[in-house]
Write a protein that binds this ligand. Structure first.
Ligand SMILES: NC(=O)c1ccc[n+]([C@@H]2O[C@H](COP(=O)([O-])OP(=O)(O)OC[C@H]3O[C@@H](n4cnc5c(N)ncnc54)[C@H](O)[C@@H]3O)[C@@H](O)[C@H]2O)c1
Length: 660
């Protein structure tokens, strides 16, 4: 072992600088070429080369060295990193040897004195192939052994998943000295693989065997390498690890690695893994042709969705990216991040409110964007229920401002981010998003493309359940969930943002795109999963407390109205809503009434007008109770209807309007 250490230390020293490394491998190769040439003569003449063949030997060796050096250099084999020598590299080295051997044979037969011992040509080829492959594999082996010998304090771990990803992880563990794991073997739930060897390590058993195997191998962790696992399969694997008392980590997805979001080879298991959403297939060229070299403006750029849109857009090299938001600190943070991650990108943070037309006009005049993603909005349901005018002013008139100014400045594409709460809305937040959708659609008149993209909750956004639950777990609980049956659709923020770009690249104008959200998730189950991921026991270590549904909150969000249709959207995860719209003139009249209601702070008129515009809007009983005398007979009926079904517009009109 000491010998390995000495050689590895010497190699590591040489390999530290690029110049030193390149010179060392060139020198080593030249020496091997010469040794192979001389060796071929020694073998041919049984280690006693006759004097009259010595001249031929030196001349042929010189030709071999020169031709092989030129061939290896031309084929890029003078630059390879031997630490990572692979089977593919081996094939390239073999091909280089054959090519160099053929070329040198021609030169040798032309220039060397006859008779030339021709069998040396074949012997040289064989020797040189063995030497050049051998030195590369030997270097890799020595460095791997040395890095493993160094890591006596490493954690013992199983790789869960004996497929391609598992083999990749094992290779990383062997070749990367910073990977602090000693791998005991593989775990795989496919019994066909048990007892087989993957790169020399055994597949020891299935997930159920983990408690026994972990004890036998003194393992402390499991590294999950199953990128194709569905959410439920992943949860099962996590459960096996938990039962065996093993810590568990997983490999980052390819998308995460491509984004440069993660650098470590394994990361903690996140709640996103348990949702098991398959990777999004994007029409990269379509998105690129739209965004590359365009000026793109994102409103709400400092928020959860807007900031992720900025990250995704940055990958497509826009001419400039303008981040518009009214939150100064959050905008500062996204600016710092963009500068760090995309130094070549012209990112312009612009502070301002979408409620301020003049400020929007300044920004549009300065940058002349050709694509606008509008993600600025107020989104918290209970907060908007208590601030109805602010909800309308921001979500409806803010959207109207951005959309109409976009039209004024000749923007080609306007994309509004909408929400599943806009479907049969039961709260102010939802109805204002529905009115915003109608506003955007009413502006479509054959010019710029005005579209909306509607989707359900994203995991981990500002103020959403995951960060709240994590804080509650960190504080020792309890976790508060409004209702045991409360369900929501979830997708990850990058997935939603990528699909927004995809949808906008398909836009013809006027569409409301709906993103496929998979199966809805029970919030209480999500809470339990998060507790388990923290290594604690739900209901024992951390209690889950049910607090009752909040004003305007539905047990279950829909993505489109049942009576209205959606049509295929040209992508498996995108559909197009084919529901009702309002013509521009009618919309303008409604907006006029809404504006007047906001100016006069007339809550009854406001709610009535919203109900008129969105007939399936079902105001929360708390909001209705604020409008009129709770003892009023007709209102009581409207409130009852609101609790169970859609309140008929006439009923609300009579109940509320009668008192205007
Ligand atoms: N978070 C989700 O789960 C989710 C799911 C579907 C749809 N959406 C929709 O996406 C949009 C953005 O949501 P988010 O989660 O990113 O919210 P967020 O609160 O994280 O971001 C919103 C951003 O908009 C900015 N903003 C608000 N009003 C503004 C104004 N008047 N002028 C300028 N900037 C303003 C805020 O400062 C904030 O940075 C909302 O319309 C929401 O309904 C969100």
């Amino acid at each position: 072992m000491k010998f390995f250490h000495l050689v590895a230390a010497a190699l590591a020293n040489v390999f530290r600088s690029k110049r030193g490394y390149l010179w060392a491998i060139r020198l080593a190769q030249l020496t091997l070429f010469a040794l192979a040439g001389i060796g071929s003569f020694l073998l041919r003449f049984e280690f006693s080369v006759p004097a009259d063949s010595l001249r031929a030997m030196w001349l042929a060796t010189a030709i071999w060295v020169m031709v092989k050096a030129a061939t290896f250099q031309a084929l890029g084999l003078g630059r390879g990193v031997w630490r990572y020598f692979s089977v593919r590299d081996m094939a390239r080295v073999a091909a280089a040897n054959i090519a160099a051997s053929l070329a040198s044979s021609i030169a040798i037969l032309a220039f060397c004195p006859a008779p030339f011992p021709r069998s040396t040509l074949a012997i040289d080829l064989l020797l040189c192939a063995v030497f050049t492959v051998g030195i590369r594999s030997g270097t890799r082996l020595i460095l791997e052994l040395a890095s493993r010998a160094h890591t006596t304090t490493d954690r013992r771990a199983f790789i869960y998943g004996a497929g391609g990803a598992g083999a990749l992880l094992l290779r990383e563990a062997r070749s990367n000295p910073t990977f602090r794991y000693r791998i005991c073997g593989f775990i795989d739930d496919n019994p066909e693989k048990h007892g087989m060897l993957v790169n020399g390590l055994p597949v020891c058993g299935a997930g159920e065997d983990l408690p026994r195997l972990a004890a036998a191998h003194h393992a402390q962790e499991a590294l999950i390498a199953i990128p194709s696992a569905s959410g439920s399969e992943f949860s099962r694997v996590v459960e096996h690890c938990r039962r065996a008392g093993l810590k568990f980590r997983t490999m980052p997805s390819l998308a995460e690695m491509a984004d440069g979001r993660v650098t470590a080879q394994v990361r903690d298991v996140a709640v996103e893994d348990l949702l098991g959403r398959s990777a999004v297939e994007l029409n990269w060229s379509g998105i690129r042709s739209k965004i590359e070299n365009s000026v793109v403006l994102v409103t709400g750029a400092a928020g959860s969705i807007g900031s992720e849109l900025c990250r995704q857009i940055a990958r497509f090299q826009p001419a400039a990216l303008v981040g518009f938001d009214c939150s100064e600190t959050a905008l500062f943070e996204i600016e710092q991040e963009m500068r760090r991650r995309y130094p070549a990108l012209a990112f312009h943070p612009e502070i301002g409110s979408i409620q301020n037309r003049q400020r929007l006009g300044d920004v549009f005049r300065r940058y002349q964007p050709s694509i606008v993603y509008h993600a600025a909005a107020f989104k918290h349901v209970p907060m908007m229920e208590a601030h109805v005018f602010e909800a309308v002013e921001n979500n409806v008139f803010g959207t109207y401002n951005v959309a109409t100014i976009s039209a004024e400045f000749g923007v080609g594409d306007f994309v509004m981010i909408s929400s599943d709460k806009a479907v049969r809305p039961t709260n102010m937040m939802g109805v204002t998003k529905r009115v915003a959708e109608l506003t955007v659609r009413s502006l479509q008149n054959g010019g710029p493309r005005f579209v909306s993209v509607r989707f359900g909750n994203v995991l981990g956004s500002n103020g959403s359940v995951v960060p709240i639950f994590k804080r509650q777990i960190a504080a020792g609980g309890p976790i508060t969930v409004t209702h045991p049956e409360m369900k929501r659709y979830f997708m990850t923020i990058p997935e939603a943002s990528q699909l927004v770009l995809e949808a906008s690249s398909m836009a013809r104008g006027g569409e409301i795109f709906i993103l496929e959200m998979g199966e809805p998730v029970r919030i209480a189950d999500l809470a339990r999963q998060l507790v388990k991921l923290s290594g604690l026991r739900p209901d024992e270590d951390i209690r889950i407390e049910f607090t009752g549904a909040r004003p305007g909150e539905k047990l279950f969000e829909e993505l489109h109205n049942t009576e209205e249709q959606t049509i295929a959207g040209g992508h498996e995860k995108i559909r197009i809503y084919a529901g009702a719209s309002l013509p521009h003139e009618k919309m303008a009249r409604h907006l006029g009434v809404l504006r007047a209601a906001c100016e006069s702070r007339d809550i009854r008129r406001l709610v009535l007008e919203l109900k008129d515009m969105v007939p399936d809007y079902n105001p929360s009983k708390e909001l209705l109770a604020r409008l009129i005398d709770p003892g009023h007979f007709r209102l009581a009926r409207a409130i009852d209807a609101a609790e169970t079904a859609i309140a008929p517009v006439e009923e609300v009109r009579v109940a509320v309007g009668g008192l205007l």
